[in-house]
Design a protein around this ligand. Structure first.
Ligand SMILES: CC1=C(/C=C/C(C)=C/C=C/C(C)=C/C=C/C=C(C)/C=C/C=C(C)/C=C/C2=C(C)CCCC2(C)C)C(C)(C)CCC1
Length: 298
């Protein structure tokens, strides 16, 4: 079965509305189970085929290219783990910045013609940070505790608010400049404002885990999976998704086992949520570079 682009996004919007009202009916435990199932399945899966994406992007693959990419990928993950261990606050800032860029790029890459321009990068960064700081600010009490557990630093609610307002301002400025040359961006203005209102409502009524999971799975991972399947196999349908899943499965499983080991090793000294975010942070870095290469090519 083929997925038409508009049905795909209509389904995501409908699921977001359902996610907005579900917290009223579900206990926090049930919400956690659904949220982590989403993060550990589609969320982790959307990065699990990175090595094949790199392979596909290389015009002239060198000998042993796959093994080289595997070692570089693992090296970046391990380097981030070391940085996180030694200077956790700096590592967290880097993680938030790179995540902001990555979320913004996923949301807008198909509406901007010059992917390599600095303005496009600044716009992706400020829009992604805007969404992230909406999550962080509307759930500030939980977020402050998680950041303290991860880094030892106590950030204030007013800092989260300043960062939210700065990213809003940045998004507006870069949006106005870029929309002059990108008609698709200009014509989606109203839709994008409505999405932001929908996200704000969702993040306001939900806790941090539900807010993050709904955005990360529905608005980031599923569209990214669709883009990757399109780029690897030419079309996004069940058959090609299954091919993607089969190739990605060993890496997905390795990450789930890796996360299990991290949680088990540090279970007595760290909170579960901090460990999950720290693990996601480590695998985020190489993934963001692979996706940047993919979108640059599209
Ligand atoms: C291939 C490969 C592999 C795999 C990989 C993977 C699986 C990947 C994935 C990837 C991914 C899966 C990515 C993701 C991304 C994500 C993101 C980007 C996120 C972000 C987030 C944030 C930023 C957060 C924030 C916060 C909150 C929300 C609350 C609290 C506080 C904080 C701040 C933490 C391995 C390693 C096995 C091996 C080698 C090869």
């Amino acid at each position: 079965m083929k997925f038409n682009k508009s049905i795909f996004f209509k389904t995501i919007i409908a699921l977001t509305f359902i996610a907005l009202v579900l917290p009223v009916f579900l206990s926090q435990e049930v919400q956690y189970v659904i949220a982590f199932m989403g993060i550990f399945s589609f969320g982790i899966l959307h990065g699990s085929n990175d090595l094949f994406v790199i392979e596909k992007l290389n015009d002239k693959p060198k000998q042993n290219q796959f093994i080289r990419s595997l070692f570089i990928y693992l090296g970046v993950v391990l380097a981030f783990v070391v940085v996180f261990y030694v200077i956790p606050f700096i590592a967290l800032i880097a993680f938030v910045l790179i995540s902001g860029y990555h979320f913004g790029e996923q949301h807008f890459h198909h509406k901007i013609s010059n992917q390599a321009s600095a303005l496009a990068s600044l716009f992706y960064l400020s829009y992604g940070l805007l969404v992230l700081f909406l999550i962080l600010y509307f759930n500030s009490q939980e977020v402050i505790l998680i950041i303290q557990d991860m880094t030892g630093y106590l950030v204030s609610e007013s800092l989260l608010l300043y960062l939210l307002l700065s990213s809003l301002l940045g998004s507006l400025i870069f949006y106005v400049i870029l929309s002059k040359k990108n008609a698709a961006l200009k014509s989606s203005a109203l839709r994008d404002v409505l999405y932001l209102i929908l996200f704000s409502g969702l993040f306001y009524v939900s806790d941090v885990v539900w807010s993050f999971a709904v955005y990360f799975v529905l608005w980031h991972s599923l569209p990214s999976l669709k883009d990757q399947v399109n780029s690897l196999y030419g079309e996004f349908d069940f058959k090609n998704f299954f091919k993607y899943f089969k190739k990605a499965f060993p890496y997905w499983l390795a990450s789930i086992i890796g996360m299990g080991v991290v949680v088990w090793l540090f279970k007595d000294s760290k909170n579960f949520l901090s460990l999950v975010f720290a693990f996601i942070a480590a695998i985020t870095f190489p993934h963001v570079f692979v996706m940047r290469k993919l979108f640059g090519r599209d």
